[in-house]
Design a protein around this ligand. Structure first.
Ligand code: CS2
Length: 482
């Protein structure tokens, strides 16, 4: 089958929408770091809407820092790819034209740094995952022991990390060219956090650059929301079928999308409102709501789902025990969330449970279970802290399920469970070194890199120990039978 390219895209079926503008007239306006599926199905579509509305300044230079596969696939397709939105009704497929360059940073470092230094680029967006910012888990400051940071401090002109690449670009950028760096990862105060870490990194080599980062570059906080599973062979086959063309970068995602952005830009930016983005003065309540309700419930579904051998979020939602846990965790978390002004949190959470039931998406529980030591402290622990010992029955069971996964490394059916999470071995070793369930809970809660250094209420520890015992003796069924 023919490959999707600029020349062949017109051969796609009549129900596939085309970019609909002259791509040869686009200039480069945005650099994006972290060219995974999420960016391409989220921010890139808002930029596509701004371009379609008539502003051709915003072609995206996409950069992958760690994985060559997407840049390779896009480069063979003139950077075109398709996005199919699906939730059981008729799927809607479009071809996206906003990405104009796709680079794998280790192979194109000079070009990447050159693009970041180019005054024509006014906006940088990033989706590099929580751990991509090299934040020390306990201190929340820059982790100067991180191998990539150590490398970049020693070799600032050939950086590997997000912070190193940004700093190298800024060093070459004319001082008067305004820049806004927009963090789009699932962290509270994501823009403020990136500013702090980049300034700390810069301060170690170049105090003038650190001042620029603090005083001149802006870092709008954002809340991003769309469920975009990693592609699977089956999703690529479906896309090929719909397009009538081979698309190695095809994405299947849900129809829902939301982007709330703090309105603090240093210079021009794409009119993302054309794609429905909400500009606001304060993103924090939106971030807390989304991180807890969506991501928090997602993580609960992921660990309980993994224990029960349930491969996707939709399978887990259809399971009576795990489905009930998801509803309960959502309610527990909702009790700790303040509604963003004028926003209907009840509607958002009801819609979320529906979104999780979307059987058209193969959203793997193993994918969400990755990097728990980065995610749990943002998604669950603030709600448990805010509860000050008051019982959150479902959320606490979810936490026990995660600890049990780390301790046993087996599902209830005996399948090996290995989550990709560089921070997990240290916590798992504490759990496995304990002689009893209460001891295991004590050892885990004392792991400051995940649980912080403030003591946790004794009642919470007791309940967690009981849950671990239930899991050890009777698996998820024992844990979740109330
Ligand atoms: C998920 C998120 O993988 C995960 O941890 O919880 O990627 C989630 O799908 C998105 O944040 C939805 O907006």
């Amino acid at each position: 089958m023919m490959r999707l390219t600029q020349r062949t895209c017109c051969l796609a079926g009549p129900d596939v929408s085309q970019p609909g503008y002259d791509r040869s007239g686009l200039s480069r306006g945005v650099v994006h770091l972290g060219l995974g599926a999420f960016h391409r199905a989220h921010q890139a579509l808002y930029t596509e809407a701004a371009i379609r509305a008539g502003d051709g300044r915003w072609g995206i230079v996409g950069v992958s820092l760690k994985d060559p596969r997407t840049p390779r696939a896009l480069a063979a397709q003139d950077c075109l790819y398709s996005v199919t939105e699906c939730d059981g009704d008729a799927p809607v497929t479009r071809i996206v034209g906003a990405v104009v360059q796709a680079w794998y940073a280790p192979h194109a470092l000079g070009e990447v740094i050159g693009a970041l230094a180019d005054p024509g680029i006014a906006v940088v967006t990033c989706t590099v995952t929580e751990k991509g910012y090299c934040q020390h888990p306990s201190s929340a400051d820059l982790d100067t022991d991180n191998a990539d940071i150590r490398h970049d401090l020693a070799h600032p002109d050939t950086p590997r990390s997000t912070l190193g690449v940004l700093a190298a670009g800024l060093r070459h950028r004319p001082a008067q060219a305004p820049l806004s760096i927009v963090c789009c990862d699932n962290m509270p105060a994501n823009g403020d956090t990136l500013r702090k870490l980049l300034a700390q990194y810069a301060a170690l080599t170049d105090p003038a650059l650190a001042r620029r980062v603090r005083d001149e570059v802006t870092f709008p906080n954002t809340m991003v929301d769309r469920i975009v599973p990693a592609a699977t062979p089956a999703s690529l086959r479906d896309a090929q079928h719909r397009l009538g063309l081979r698309d190695e970068a095809a994405i299947v995602c849900e129809p829902f999308t939301l982007w709330v952005i703090e309105d603090s830009f240093a210079g021009p930016r794409p009119a993302w409102e054309a794609g429905g983005a909400l500009m606001t003065g304060d993103v924090r309540p939106f971030q807390a709501m989304k991180l807890r309700l969506l991501n928090g419930t997602h993580s609960a579904i992921a660990y309980a789902g993994q224990l029960c051998g349930l491969e996707t979020v939709a399978d887990a939602m259809a399971d009576p025990l795990v489905g009930a846990l998801a509803t309960g965790v959502m309610a527990d978390l909702r009790a700790t969330v303040q509604a963003p002004p004028g926003y209907d949190v009840a509607r958002y959470s009801e819609a979320l449970l529906q979104r999780f039931r979307n059987t058209a998406l193969a959203h793997r529980t193993a994918q969400i279970a990755a990097d728990g030591t980065q995610k749990v402290p943002l998604r669950w622990l603030p709600a448990l802290r805010a509860s000050a010992g008051a019982e959150r029955p479902y959320l606490e069971r979810a936490l026990a399920a995660w600890l049990h996964c780390l301790r046993s490394e087996r599902s209830d059916g005996g399948q090996p469970l290995v989550f990709h999470d560089p921070g997990a071995p240290a916590l798992a070793a504490r759990l496995r070194g304990a002689h009893s369930d209460p001891d295991a809970v004590r050892a885990a809660l004392a792991h400051a890199a995940v649980f912080g250094s403030e003591p946790w209420p004794a009642q919470l520890a007791d309940r967690l120990a009981r849950h671990l015992a239930a899991l050890r003796l009777g698996g998820a069924a024992a844990l979740l039978s109330f």
